[in-house]
Design a protein around this ligand. Structure first.
Ligand SMILES: NC(=O)c1ccc[n+]([C@@H]2O[C@H](COP(=O)([O-])OP(=O)(O)OC[C@H]3O[C@@H](n4cnc5c(N)ncnc54)[C@H](O)[C@@H]3O)[C@@H](O)[C@H]2O)c1
Length: 253
């Protein structure tokens, strides 16, 4: 896909990886619809995209809310034209053990609310935004591309029952979409980043960050621009489909 004048939606674009994806894709001349809960952060991303070959518009929204997602995709079609690419990037972590115990005594259990919160943002919202994007790509007849952001954690990782389940679900759903939507000229692919330099990872205690870095063959966290360029690769490469691109400095969980 040549991104010039294409309508591209990025979720979670108010900071971190999503903000860097916005800058990279705007530089290639796309019309960007930037979605996030954080309106102030979105405005800053819009500002950073100004002066590039493209244009960007902020759409504050909770991507877990079905009605709000349907409404915002309708507004994007009206403002910028039918969606031609979507990057499902919004995500959260909320780590805890399934069961925390000491000396055979149960100290706490991961609550259902705790589990559901991560599934809602990291899996349900991917479904909702992917569905609305696919509707517009089919109705316009132009097809398109959906890039879902999974994680190397999809292989399973201590303290992340909720996150790993969501990210494995995202990877599987992507393959399903690649198979189902190919007849409509829609590709779907996934990126599984390793640990990257964003606020999400900054929240990990420094001693654990050091332990993680020592397990990464590249001996450093990924840079947001390295993930952004990977998104660009998938958007532009019409033969990349139904696969997970691992961008992790060689780290395997
Ligand atoms: N940073 C990493 O090391 C890493 C590694 C692997 C995968 N990922 C994935 O990459 C994606 C981006 O990660 P990041 O590090 O940039 O995270 P981040 O926390 O810096 O940014 C996530 C953005 O998503 C937004 N968001 C959260 N819930 C939302 C909701 N309900 N509706 C709309 N927006 C919402 C937040 O406001 C925030 O701006 C996530 O899906 C994450 O799971 C990150």
């Amino acid at each position: 896909m040549d991104l010039k004048d294409k309508t591209v939606v990025i979720t979670g674009a108010a900071r971190g990886l999503g903000r860097e994806m916005a800058r990279e894709i705007a530089a290639h001349g796309a019309k960007l619809a930037l979605l996030d809960l954080n309106e102030e952060g979105l405005q800053e991303t819009v500002r950073l995209c100004a002066g590039t070959r493209g244009q960007a518009k902020a759409y504050p929204v909770d991507v877990t809310d079905e009605t709000a997602v349907e409404t915002v995709f309708g507004a994007i079609r009206k403002d910028l034209g039918a969606v031609e690419a979507l990057v499902n990037n919004a995500g959260i972590t909320n780590d805890d053990l399934l069961v925390k115990a000491k000396d055979g005594k149960i100290l706490r259990k991961m609550s259902l609310a705790h589990f559901d919160k991560v599934i809602d943002v990291d899996l349900k919202a991917v479904f909702l935004c992917g569905r609305e994007a696919a509707v517009q790509m089919i109705e316009s007849g132009a097809g398109g591309v959906i890039v879902n952001i999974s994680s190397i954690s999809r292989a399973g990782n201590i303290g992340q029952s909720n996150y790993t389940a969501a990210k494995a679900g995202v990877a599987a759903m992507t393959v399903t979409w690649a198979k189902e939507l190919a007849r409509h000229n829609i590709r779907a692919a996934c990126i599984a980043p390793g640990f990257c330099d964003t606020d999400m990872v900054a929240a990990i205690p420094p001693e654990i960050q050091n332990r993680i870095t020592s397990m990464i063959p590249a001996r450093r966290f990924g840079r947001p621009e390295e993930i952004a360029r990977s998104v660009l690769f998938i958007l532009e490469n019409d033969y990349f489909n139904g696969r997970v691109l691992e961008v992790d400095g060689g780290m395997r969980l």
